[in-house]
Write a protein of this length. Structure first.
Length: 241
């Protein structure tokens, strides 16, 4: 099989669904409006902070669409993300898998994403190798692995030690994702507490309420979940973030 069989590049070839762009715009605009309305004169810095986060989000979406790509050659794979790039030689690649996206709706987000796994169990998403940009990502990845086989020093086969590392990494990702969600919930609760303190004329502590408490809560929750899941390694964690 010649080198041309494995040479390929995956970039954006289809536009983002209009429903996705509309929903993203409504959510971000509503966040800015609500922040301005509830903060008033008591938190003049809060709308600026939220506005900055909105700009960062929009820039990331644009960069992901027009800058990101996955390039495959006889030497290995290179991915370009919104900011940084990574490269792997074929002997460094343990597996390439198509997995169901976390909470993917199909219309608002890809349902199937493609990940590269190394021998340490780390997982890396391959940009634009998904069902938004490809008609059949499973068939594409199968063909890619077949074409890449001559350039690897070993066969595409499962190894128990690497599979265990993958599960442990999945447990860590899931724990810290849950911790982040928990921090957001606590932040919303602290926002209510702050507004109540302002309404009744009590002194407020914004750094404590909006910084220390949510971050500490998220870290504690993530650490507990990571300890719990890594001690048991349920197989259901495979392929989950």
């Amino acid at each position: 099989m010649g080198e041309g069989a494995v040479e390929r590049e995956y970039r954006k070839r289809r536009k983002l669904p209009g429903a996705y762009l509309a929903l993203l715009g409504v959510v971000l605009l509503n966040a800015l409006v609500q922040t301005t309305r509830v903060s008033g004169d008591t938190r003049p810095w809060w709308p600026s902070l939220v506005g900055g986060l909105i700009v960062v989000t929009l820039v990331r979406v644009v960069l992901e669409q027009f800058r990101a790509y996955t390039r495959v050659t006889a030497a290995g794979l290179t991915t370009q993300g919104p900011v940084r790039s990574r490269s792997w030689a074929w002997p460094e690649v343990y597996d390439i898998r198509v997995e169901r996206a976390p909470r993917g709706s199909g219309r608002m987000a890809p349902r199937w994403l493609t990940y590269l796994y190394d021998f340490e169990g780390h997982r890396f998403q391959l940009p634009h190798l998904n069902d938004w940009q490809l008609d059949d990502p499973y068939a594409e990845v199968s063909d890619l692995c077949l074409a890449a086989a001559p350039y690897r020093s070993l066969a595409w086969e499962r190894r128990p030690d690497v599979e265990e590392r993958i599960l442990r990494r999945a447990a860590q990702r899931r724990a810290w994702t849950s911790g982040a969600y928990g921090a957001i919930v606590v932040l919303l609760i602290m926002t209510g507490v702050d507004l109540w303190q302002v309404a009744v004329g009590r002194p407020t502590h914004p750094f404590l309420l909006f910084g220390c408490v949510p971050v500490a809560s998220g870290v504690v929750l993530a650490a507990v979940l990571q300890w719990y899941w890594t001690a048991r390694l349920p197989r259901s964690l495979a392929g989950q973030s």
